[in-house]
Design a protein around this ligand. Structure first.
Ligand SMILES: Nc1nc2c(ncn2[C@@H]2O[C@H](COP(=O)(O)OP(=O)(O)OP(=O)(O)O)[C@@H](O)[C@H]2O)c(=O)[nH]1
Ligand SMILES: [Mg+2]
Length: 686
């Protein structure tokens, strides 16, 4: 691989709906550039981009892949991203590293939810300059014109056709470059078909008009009927793309080698180099990409390579990185040793002598650096970039290890997995004692669990997590228990009278001693409190923690020889259990606050679904085509809401979920839960 100056780099995220042909296109572009002697196919599990075993078995991309393409004296660092919604974190981190986006749209399906998400993510990543690619044009029902109109409808009039396909579906034969007025069949130049003359002229008119609109001076001259020269038009197009006021649209077909060279030429010609790009810092300042600046790099992704180990993917934001440097990590406050620097291509590392400003490369085995970190030249440099806006995961699954051996290996394997995917969270639920993995959706858990087994040798079952119910009482009650064993040997004697009274939600457990006359001797009172405190975590109703009650020790009795701390603890524990069961006990369940953003067309379905989930809608507010629903619902009903919302909104809805409070489970629901628990107990499960 040759060395490239910063102005000869293009960092481009390739994004779009699942299966619209991104990874195949990345493969075809590599092939067209001469880097591959043979073009792989996703179906044959031999593409450069989809190299992972899980990608092979699922036949879709799971992680983003670096695809460096050398073209016309430039290196395009293409980042192929997955389209499946569960892997959106990979798209977000790719967009954070990219200076531009290519958004692919299937020529037959047109705009899909993944297209809209990609557009939005490109906006959120600082308004990336972008081009739209209409892909898979050889397939039945492909219709470039229809998709172009639909895209313009959806994303605005700044969309311009840079090329048109010659023929479509089975007849697809090549592309016409609208500005140059030239045509290609595959790599070979050809005549513009006569019957396309009008369409090309019309597209050119639209192009010139839209480009002129992005520049006041040009617009004036255009409206006065002046002919705008090609050079001037290209310059205005370049500026318009960089500012986002113009979005070129290109037709491509990866499997038939159509439009690929035009695409590569336009990426080099129209998309910006990394130089001059501003990266926002947490303190509101910016880092501007330049070769002269002090060295700063941003680690946007971490993977574990089976041979090389921990790989940190970084973009050099300023200055240059060479393998002899010891870059400093301001977060971990450690200096890192590099050894070698690489440009990554799929699963392969290609060693390079340096990473210049704007380039994307990898370093292996960094000790104290993780995704999101910054590396700087000097220890005193304190740079904090705005965090990568990873999506918030809400889909909860409990992982149950098969054997003792699996239990032992689980936590370090999970650490490896979460290190590589910041959208996966793992917690041990302190109430249910389960290991709970939270992801963006079901596919992400399936893949993570398959990796646990294949890569880390840990077998787990996946289940819906138990809800961390709690128990409390709803009426005051007195309870008494005498623990007495005085037949033979050392006797035991402890006797307490307690009163239980309900407290408000969130007040927890309070203990009060109101014994008078020493009926319970002073030295045993701490044992009484302890006996109760140790019983509270597994209540008598559903083995859930008992909360929000006051226990008052009123009275009791003792025996001069047989009384002991143990005996009083036992008596207190038994009195508590009996007391709780007699005090109209109820189950409490966590209620989640939800903020759901849906296309207004799905609002009715989403609202009625919330009510079938025992939820309440608190507010509905329209924000353009999107409506924001503020609601709440019990955790038991929304642990896996990500799947439901996806189905209700065709993948266009998004939501946040946050714990709000514990409330009483309605009586009929409680009865069902307790019945299920008793049945499980009878079958030998707890
Ligand atoms: N006919 C035809 N099929 C294509 C073309 N490009 C891709 N395909 C097929 O479309 C399917 C999906 O292609 P991928 O390249 O995996 O699509 P992707 O966008 O990377 O999919 P995700 O990674 O899941 O988002 C595969 O079966 C490809 O062989 C094309 O130009 N023409
Ligand atoms: Mg793919």
């Amino acid at each position: 691989m040759k060395d490239y100056e910063s102005d000869r780099l293009r960092n481009v995220a390739l994004m779009g709906h699942g299966s619209c042909g991104k990874s195949t296109l990345a493969e075809a572009l590599l092939f067209a550039s001469g880097a591959l002697s043979r073009m792989g196919r996703v179906e044959d599990r031999n593409t450069v981009s989809d190299f992972d075993e899980q990608e092979h078995s699922h036949q879709y991309s799971i992680s983003s892949s670096m695809i460096p393409i050398e073209w016309a004296g430039h290196r395009i660092n293409l980042i192929d991203t997955p389209g499946y919604a569960d892997f959106e974190g990979e798209v977000v981190s790719a967009a954070a590293a990219a200076d531009a986006a290519l958004i692919a749209v299937d020529a037959a399906s047109g705009v899909e939810s993944g297209t809209e998400v990609a557009w939005q993510l490109a906006d959120e990543a600082g308004g990336l300059p972008r081009m739209l690619l209409v892909t898979r044009l050889d397939r039945e029902f492909s219709d470039f014109r229809r998709v172009f109109d639909q895209l313009r409808d959806r994303f605005g009039t700044r969309l311009v056709p840079l090329a048109l396909p010659i023929g479509e579906a089975q007849e697809l034969a090549g592309v016409v470059d609208v500005l140059a007025g030239t045509a290609h069949r595959g790599a070979e130049p050809c005549e513009v078909p006569e019957e396309m003359a009008d369409a090309v002229a019309e597209a050119r008119e639209l192009l010139v008009e839209s480009v002129a609109e992005s520049d006041d001076d040009l617009l004036g001259r255009y409206l006065e009927g002046e002919t705008i020269g090609d050079d001037e038009l290209t310059a205005a197009l370049h500026a318009g793309v960089a500012e986002g006021t113009v979005v070129p649209v290109l037709p491509v077909c990866a499997t038939r080698d159509i439009g690929l060279r035009t695409l590569l030429d336009e990426v080099v010609r129209l998309l910006p180099s990394p130089l001059g790009r501003e990266h926002r810092c947490e303190d509101g300042g910016t880092i501007v990409t330049s070769a002269e600046g002090p060295f700063v790099a941003h680690v946007f992704k971490t993977t574990a390579d089976p041979f090389v180990g921990h790989l940190s993917f970084m973009k050099v934001l300023s200055g240059q990185l060479t393998p002899d440097m010891h870059p400093h990590n301001p977060r971990s406050r450690q200096a890192e040793r590099l050894g070698h620097l690489y440009v990554q291509r799929g699963k392969e590392q290609i060693e390079v002598p340096a990473l210049v400003a704007g380039d994307i490369g990898v370093a292996a085995k960094l000790q104290a650096t993780s995704t999101g970190d910054v590396l700087t030249a000097a220890a005193e440099a304190t740079v904090a970039l705005r965090p990568i806006p990873f999506p918030n995961s809400t889909y909860r699954s409990a992982l149950h290890p098969h054997s003792k051996d699996d239990v032992d290996k689980l936590s370090s394997a999970l650490h490896r997995i979460t290190e590589q995917d910041p959208t996966i969270r793992v917690e041990r639920d302190p109430d249910t004692h389960e290991t709970v993995m939270t992801t963006l959706g079901e596919a992400q858990v399936t893949v993570a669990v398959a990796r646990l087994a294949k890569v880390y040798g840990v077998a787990v079952d996946v289940e819906a997590p138990r809800v961390p119910y709690r128990e409390t009482i709803s009426a005051p009650v007195k309870a008494e228990y005498k623990h007495k064993k005085q037949s033979g040997g050392h006797g035991q004697y402890g006797h307490v009278v307690i009163e239980l009274s309900p407290l408000d939600r969130g007040e927890g457990f309070k203990f009060e001693d109101r014994v008078s006359g020493g009926t319970v001797p002073r030295q045993f009172i701490p044992a009484v409190e302890k006996g109760i405190a140790e019983t509270l975590p597994a209540g008598p109703l559903a083995h859930s923690p008992v909360v929000d009650l006051r226990v008052t020790l009123l009275d009791g009795s003792s025996h001069s020889v047989d009384s002991s701390e143990m005996a009083f603890k036992t008596a207190a524990s038994q009195a508590l259990k009996q007391g709780v069961l007699g005090a109209q006990p109820v189950l409490l369940e966590p209620v989640m606050r939800m903020r759901i953003r849906v296309p207004s067309a799905s609002l009715g379905d989403v609202m009625s679904d919330v009510s079938t989930k025992r939820g309440h809608v608190h507010g509905v507010e329209a924000d353009g085509d999107i409506t924001v629903v503020e609601a709440e619902a019990p955790l038991a009903e929304v642990q896996r809401y990500a799947n439901d919302l996806r189905a209700l909104t065709g993948g266009r809805g998004r939501f946040d979920l946050e714990f709000d409070r514990y409330v009483e489970v309605p009586a009929h629901v409680q009865q069902g839960l307790l019945d299920a628990l008793r049945t499980a107990e009878a079958n030998g499960h707890s």
